[in-house]
Design a protein around this ligand. Sequence first.
Ligand code: ZN
Ligand code: ZN
Length: 426
Amino acid sequence: MTIDKHQYVLCPHCDLLVQLPDIALSHKAVCPRCHTLLAKNNCHMKLHTTIYAICSLIMLILASGFVFIDIRIVGNFNGVSVFNIPETLYSDNYRFISLLFVLFVLTFPVFNLLIMLLLCCKIPLSKYRKRDLLIVYKKFAHWCMPEIFLVGILVSFVKLMSYGEIGVTSTFLAFCLFIFFYLKAYICFSPEEIWNELASNNYARTPLIVGKTGISQNLRLCRCCHAILPAQSAHCPRCKQRGKIRNLDKMQWTIALLVTSLLIYIPANVFGIMITVIFGSGSSATILDGVIYMWHAGDIPVALIILTASIVIPILKIISLSWLCYFAVAAKRKNKYSCRHMNALYNAVEFIGKWSMIDIFVVSVICALVRNQQMMAIYPDIGIIFFAMVVIVTMIASQQFDPRLIWDQIYIEKSEKREKPDTNGS
Ligand SMILES: [Zn+2]
Ligand SMILES: [Zn+2]
């Protein structure tokens, strides 16, 4: 990788202007104030990403269409392929969940692997096509969840053990390898390097002062391509995306989405997520019922995983984001340590957010497997839709939140003093 040692970067989390030092091979540069990763030096980034992306796609092709997990319940055998899971949900009229499964587990990861290949191979693409591909990659990256689906399969195995005998085929190994190589390609790929190949990241018209924030130098960071721009420029010259130095509308969106998710959280826990039909008589179970059942059955670790992922994490996420919004807008005393703690909280919210999808995947796998049995079948219930909406709405809320507001000192007064008509707040 060619990292310009004089290259300046604005930290996307705390807005500090940093000059990158010489980064040794396989090392990373982090922000001295908030410890966010700023750059890494992987000299064979393109080659490694290409190899991992090709391996991942080959493994997915091998894993598609064949039975990869099966269950035997009192002599009745039922095997499913990865495509049977959304098919079953679709035929049960749970098209929304089926669509989420297809998008999050298959479509978005495959699109991003193809984008990595196009950008890392020596395929002649115009600057504009590369720019469009990088923008699409960034939008999809947040919603790729094949690794969460894999953990969901493992949790569902533990749940299903009490019903019958579980089996996996060699296709399951290919599917695991697809996820392994996908993660390797994702970690290896550096969109910043491709952006820097397209154009320089520095569009500032004034000399840059290292160690001071962008806002104090009248600079803003492009949230899409991480270019350094004058605060007044409405469009980024590199990625053509619109932006503002700070966007307080997004803070309002975060709060509105948090209130929405809190309201949806109630039906998500009150309504059942799964209906179990045994010899013609059906009973619906809520998320909490599932946890209690697993606890009494002696599967305490799985009960704790479901309890944490499905009940504790969504509510903790809503509380944490509300606290972050309060801290960003209304906190009177901010010091380096409190800001660092809040930044760590934001990172945790960003990381754990999509893991709540695990229960959706567990229900999807169980419903696809325990089916067509003469004595037993499991169907999804309406609560699963509300639950999926809670996860998605909280994920969008955390995306809307701008972590730089945590570090801005009394930014409202500053924005009033500055009185710039084209900057909203800050
Ligand atoms: Zn920082
Ligand atoms: Zn940009």
